[in-house]
Design a protein around this ligand. Sequence first.
Ligand code: CTP
Length: 408
Amino acid sequence: MLAGKRIVLGVTGGIAAYKAVEVSRRLVDAGAHVSPVMTAGAEHFIGRTTLSALASEPVQTSLWDEANPIPHTVLGQSADLIVVAPATARLLAAYAAGLSTDLLTNVLLATRAPVVVCPAMHTEMWEHPAVQANVATLRSRGVHIVEPEEGRLAGGDVGAGRLASPERIVAAIEAVLSTTRDLANVHVVVSAGGTREPIDAVRVIANRSSGKQGYAIAAEAAARGAKVTLVSTAELPVPAGVALRAVETAAQMQAALTELAPGADVIIMAAAVADFRPVAPAAGKIKKDQGVPQIVLEPTPDILAALGKAKLAGQVLVGFAAETSDLLANAESKLRRKHLDLIVANDVSAPGVGFQHDTNAVTLVQPGGVVHVVALADKRSIAKAVLDTVVQIRGASPTPNSKRSLTK
Ligand code: CTP
């Protein structure tokens, strides 16, 4: 797993810096190439010579090196993974804000490799809302956080904040390296946002979907090596490596998805599609002096049900179910009715869940009553749980990568 992997080990200025030496030794013993980077703060706690001796190459500390004028891009671009252990509150703040103040923060910005951050600090600092907000920001961007442990801290205090053990840190690195490319060569199509159905030239019927959950799934799938197409009504920044098909109405979303479906290995329908649309939208603006308009509605096509009917062998179809009551029963009925492999159900009446929030809590339901509850977490973590299940379904499918044929 670790053999031949290029790992940048960032060490910042905390008392736990001495444990980074043990992390480095374990990674090198497992066959990894470890490039250590220390901040000025770290040098107050451990000597460069110690870390250099137990890494694969000498410690680097400076951006300003005549022999190597761009160390941050060289390190960032060639890394398979970057781990920061320990990470101080200051490092978390700089990284969350995108500040490039020294070699390590520059390397963190100049990479597309997965990043594992292992915070360590006093309990009061760890629990401070500013620190927790920075951790949440980093998590939502896909950074893997290895939570600190409870235990004895510097100065004899006891509480949460102690650096995770070297065993846990190395296990987290192995887990990240083993899952990061598990969607390589897989075409994932994700729909996101709420559709807008025109009433007239300026008015629409819309819904409260922000698109954030669909974008988090697209970003996570791309980070795991998938080819990702996002069919979206939302105006959010498009994640790196994702192709966007901008749509507005249910009809446009259906046209795009029907075109993309035959080439898709996985389709994830996170969009909130309007169930009804005006039969005859007015071409111009409806004027007040024309009286109160009678807007006649008609049902929109059920895009997901149509995709379910035309599902190809080996294709994985995932739906969402936004419910306010009878979560499990409604989700199971939609799963069956629409021929889905997985449905992501959420109770949108619960606090912090669903539309417009940055967090979500979901129940993943598979055929045969397989149910997995994911507690309230940022939408990127929910995306990970959904894609982990997709990978598992593909692994269990008899013909996940073979040439597909129509099943129905
Ligand atoms: N969906 C769809 N086309 C529609 C309506 C819904 O593709 N016209 C998809 C949604 O994207 C979601 C799933 O179907 O993945 C379930 O959507 P939801 O609104 O929860 O269910 P409905 O089937 O519309 O049933 P109801 O509104 O009665 O709950």
